[in-house]
Design a protein around this ligand. Sequence first.
Ligand SMILES: Cc1cc2nc3c(=O)[nH]c(=O)nc-3n(C[C@H](O)[C@H](O)[C@H](O)COP(=O)(O)O)c2cc1C
Length: 190
Amino acid sequence: MPEQPTPYVLAVITASVRPDRIGPTVTGWLLRRLDRHPGAEVDHVDLADLDLPGDLAGGGDAERFTKRIARADAFVVVTPEYNHGYPGPLKTAIDTAYAEWRAKPLGFVSYGGASGGLRAVEQLRGVLAELHVTTMRTGVMVPDVHAAFDAHGELRRPGPAEAGLAEMLGQLDWWAHTLRRGRTDRPYLG
Ligand SMILES: Cc1cc2nc3c(=O)[nH]c(=O)nc-3n(C[C@H](O)[C@H](O)[C@H](O)COP(=O)(O)O)c2cc1C
């Protein structure tokens, strides 16, 4: 039997921080599925729990956040769409770390109105390319998010999201293991 690779560290980042946000419902759906995905050790990074001042000098939780990004081998960002973009606190979080993002893969779970957050995702791809992050082609998108979940936080029509997640995790697993090995073999200089 081929040797099983050690689980990779997957940071799941909840991007919305509004007091009455639906982000935790969407993230909860994802985390329950990741519980059944033994190849990944999940670290849930909820931006609402963090004080990120957005200062290059650091401060607040910046150092702790950066260490969690450094420890991660891969990321999933759970993001809403605000005015055809992504939330400001997510940009602050992205800008808080730098080399710690590099040569790592990232997938998206997006949500919103009719577009399912796709415009936010497409903007993020350009930002993350600057940080040498490899974004997954396939993602999960949840349109009409407030009607999409039932009272238990489960999707009323789970099919498309489950299929998207399975495909995305297949891509993320491959990139996470391959890039972890690559970073170990020789430093990524960018
Ligand atoms: C300021 C603001 C702008 C929004 N703009 C969009 C938008 O451009 N496209 C969209 O699909 N939904 C938009 N929405 C709807 C959000 O996707 C929806 O409210 C969702 O619940 C936001 O995520 P959150 O509750 O986790 O913050 C907007 C919501 C807010 C609060």
